[in-house]
Design a protein around this ligand. Structure first.
Ligand SMILES: Nc1ncnc2c1ncn2[C@@H]1O[C@H](COP(=O)(O)OP(=O)(O)OP(=O)(O)O)[C@@H](O)[C@H]1O
Ligand SMILES: [Mg+2]
Length: 224
């Protein structure tokens, strides 16, 4: 079974004028696949990922994740589904600035309510360590560098072991060593834990090393 099935997806923005930004997008992704989404600036990559993340519910067509249709679900249902199944790393990370790195990473797991606090803390520390920001665990995230914040955001996205990890330029703020760490981590999640990884990237090297590339131009998937 596919973990993600997108069919006949259209997206319009109405401001300042009605504008079609996604045009009949369709594709399927299997569990454990590592997919790079590429394309020029303005081609619709972030718009697509935002729809797939279920945060934007205004679209035509069908998005099925883990066998469940996302269309027509309530915001409350989607929020719970997202927290359980989707880990998202944004272009801008949206950490809570007045909470520590550790607290930020633990938050989605606390919301999920499946594990005891000390288990969650242990796992959060392991992730911070994997991403080489363990030494920043007890600092408020407002005080971290951009690259450190991005790595904390990646740890937060992974805490609930999501079915799908989605990233919009997750390595955009990172130097080459840290980009390589994140790439290797994503690769491991895909290969060894069968988590699906869907990453928008401008990094050719990153895209080439993914299992598959979805290339976009003018809101459509094209061969690239
Ligand atoms: N909220 C919005 N309202 C109106 N138009 C929008 C909105 N968000 C995006 N667009 C338009 O949709 C198109 C696709 O934008 P999108 O952000 O998906 O591009 P992208 O491929 O992610 O580009 P980049 O590589 O620069 O991040 C662009 O023409 C953009 O101007
Ligand atoms: Mg974008």
């Amino acid at each position: 079974m596919n973990v993600l099935e997108v069919a006949n997806l259209n997206k319009f923005f109405n401001e300042p004028v009605r504008n079609q930004v996604l045009n009949d997008v369709g594709f399927q992704v299997a569990p454990g696949e590592f997919v790079a989404i590429t394309g020029k600036s303005g081609s619709g990559k972030s718009t697509l990922l935002y729809l797939l993340s279920t945060m934007d519910t205004d679209f035509e067509g069908s998005i099925v994740i883990d066998g469940q249709q996302m269309k027509g679900k309530s915001n409350r249902w989607l929020a719970a589904f997202r927290n359980r199944h989707i880990g998202f790393v944004f272009q801008f990370h949206y950490l809570l600035p007045d909470f520590t790195s550790l607290e930020n990473v633990m938050l989605p797991a606390r919301k999920l309510g499946m594990y005891a606090n000390d288990q969650i803390e242990q796992r959060a520390m392991d992730l911070l360590s994997l991403l080489d920001v363990k030494d920043q665990a007890l600092k408020r995230t407002a005080l971290l560098s951009g690259g450190q914040q991005q790595r904390v955001a990646i740890a937060r996205a992974l805490i609930n072991e999501p079915l799908i990890v989605m990233g919009d330029e997750p390595t955009g703020n990172l130097d080459s060593a840290n980009s390589a760490t994140v790439f290797a981590l994503f690769k491991e999640l895909a290969k060894e834990r069968q988590q699906t990884v869907l990453v928008v990237t401008h990094d050719e090297d990153f895209a080439r090393r993914a299992d598959r590339r979805i290339h976009m131009a003018d809101g459509r998937i094209v061969k690239g």
